[in-house]
Design a protein around this ligand. Structure first.
Ligand code: GDG
Length: 472
């Protein structure tokens, strides 16, 4: 069983008909292929306006709709619950606390109450499904910190639980500001296995436990024993479906889409710098735009030659900080385009509409440089998707050193996103890499993503999970 906040398939009404889209976001990109291969059950929040229409009375349906291969069970939340649990505690408290971007977290007591209530609601839905059966459960992310404890309290001997934390875990100096830090740690320590992207986040977690709770920490085994229960803490760097992306990128349909996009956006004679992100202050989108601005100031010869093509899917707009970022990005695009544009060229194209995955691959194929300038990022899948799409072994990746991906993709051009000069130099270096050097770097990066692909990531966690024995 997989449990996550976000569902993999969202149903919406379009001109009276029900249509579905596969959600954007790292978790879904990573786990949908795993679930398709294993015919499991995925429990998540229902979120589309037509979701209720397609489910049975228990909130269940088979997905993907075009090729049903596993079951999706929806948990329905009220508006108040969604505000408190999702926008409030998850994304105004935990998210900014875990990402070092100097965005102050907001801990509201009423949000926490909803966070507890919704975690309990997920637990009830799951326990209801399980009955007296035994189950392996794999929980995703920071929305569901309390769920493992609620499940284990009711059905400890029937369950083996793993939890993957998709975002960074902060240093203790940061974590200790959280008023609910003990409850969060106790919730997570009900897991049998807890995974982070990198070793550094595991270390931070162990330090937090050490400082906050009575427990025994085994630094050799990388585990915590609390109240007689052991939780293993392990790094599992997430990845993408390398082979799937490579072969889709080679397909004729993606090639056709590429031609259509080039025509639609007049990219025929442009060297494309590509950004693909949810609009989020952790992703360094204004920083990237300002770096392009700086580059054009320093190297005016690049005018009419380069285009920053930014795909920005709107995200969490109910939160004031996200709304402000959205406005800031719109204003920056206006300002930078006004400053540098000529009669038939503008340096930044910002695309707000939802692009499907094939369109993203077409853009990856077309780009000369992919720009990932996150201020802090657990992994960053866009970087790995770019590399996987480059079947031609061409293209350069400019990558923030504060992403988990930078630990593996050392052949990218690594930059500090807080340093505008440094990003703009990185772009310049990327644009001027000699052909053989560009190719050598891309080949090495492709080997790394090919070896540590999404199936290997999931396989490692699942095989660790299967080593545990149910308690009698
Ligand atoms: C969290 C962590 C970690 C983006 N725009 C569109 C679209 N996307 C897809 C990308 C990529 C995914 O969304 C974004 O993944 P990231 O890894 O960049 O970021 P988060 O959503 O913040 O994910 C992150 C991840 O979890 C996995 O553990 O890497 O660090 O923050 O796959 O391609 N997809 C479509 N249209 C868009 O407009 N179809």
């Amino acid at each position: 069983m997989v449990v996550s906040n976000r569902e993999p398939y969202v149903h919406q009404f379009k001109k009276g008909k029900v249509e579905y889209i596969r959600g954007a976001g790292g978790v879904i990109t990573a786990l949908d292929p795993v679930m398709q291969a294993s015919n499991g059950l995925w429990v998540a929040q229902g979120s589309g306006d037509a979701d209720r229409k397609v489910t049975d009375k228990d909130g269940k349906l088979r997905v993907p709709p075009d090729n049903p291969s596993y079951t999706l069970k929806r948990v329905w939340l009220t508006k108040e619950e969604e505000n408190g649990y999702y926008f409030g505690y998850s994304n105004e408290a935990i998210w900014p606390m875990c990402h070092l971007t100097f965005q102050r977290p907001v801990f509201r007591e009423e949000d926490w109450k909803h966070y507890e209530g919704v975690n309990q609601k997920f637990a009830d839905a799951i326990l209801n499904e399980i009955g007296d059966k035994k189950a392996f459960i794999w929980i995703q992310d920071y929305h569901l910190c309390l769920l493992p404890r609620y499940l284990k309290e009711k059905a400890g001997s029937q369950l083996i639980i793993a939890h993957f934390w998709h975002i960074p875990w902060p240093s203790h100096e940061v974590f200790r500001i959280c008023p609910q830090r003990k409850e969060i740690l106790e919730g997570l320590l009900a897991n049998d296995l807890l995974g982070f992207h990198i070793r550094y986040h595991c270390d931070n977690f162990l330090t937090a436990v050490d400082r906050e709770l009575e427990s025994k920490i085994d630094r050799e085994r990388f585990s915590v024993i609390k109240g007689g229960h052991e939780t293993l803490i392990r790094p599992y760097p997430i990845s993408v479906d390398f082979e799937g992306i490579s072969s889709a990128a080679a397909s004729e349909s993606v090639q056709k889409i590429q031609e259509a996009l080039v025509e639609e956006f007049h990219l025929e004679n442009q060297t494309v710098l590509l950004g693909i992100d949810r609009i989020d202050y952790t992703k360094g989108i204004p920083e990237r735009m300002l770096a392009v601005d700086r580059l054009l100031e320093k190297v005016p010869d690049l005018k009419e030659k380069i285009t920053l093509f930014q795909v920005g899917e709107i995200s969490r707009l109910h939160i004031p900080r996200y709304k402000a970022l959205n406005d800031e990005i719109n204003a920056l695009v206006e300002q930078i385009n006004w400053k540098h544009s000529t009669d038939n060229w503008r340096p930044i194209i910002l695309v707000r509409r939802h692009l499907n995955f094939q369109e993203l691959l077409a853009l990856h194929r077309h780009a000369r440089v992919c720009l990932v300038s996150s201020l802090h990022d657990g992994m960053n899948l866009v970087a790995k998707e770019f590399v996987s799409s480059r079947i031609d072994n061409k293209g350069a990746l400019v990558l923030s050193e504060f992403t988990g991906a930078s630990r593996e993709l050392t052949d990218a051009i690594l930059v500090n996103p807080y340093d505008r000069e440094n990003i703009s130099e990185g772009i310049y270096v990327a644009l001027n890499l000699p052909e053989d050097e560009e190719q050598k770097r891309m080949v090495k990066m492709r080997e790394i993503v090919q070896n540590n692909n999404i199936f290997r990531w999931a396989g490692k966690i699942i095989s660790e999970l299967l080593k545990f024995e149910f308690k009698e």
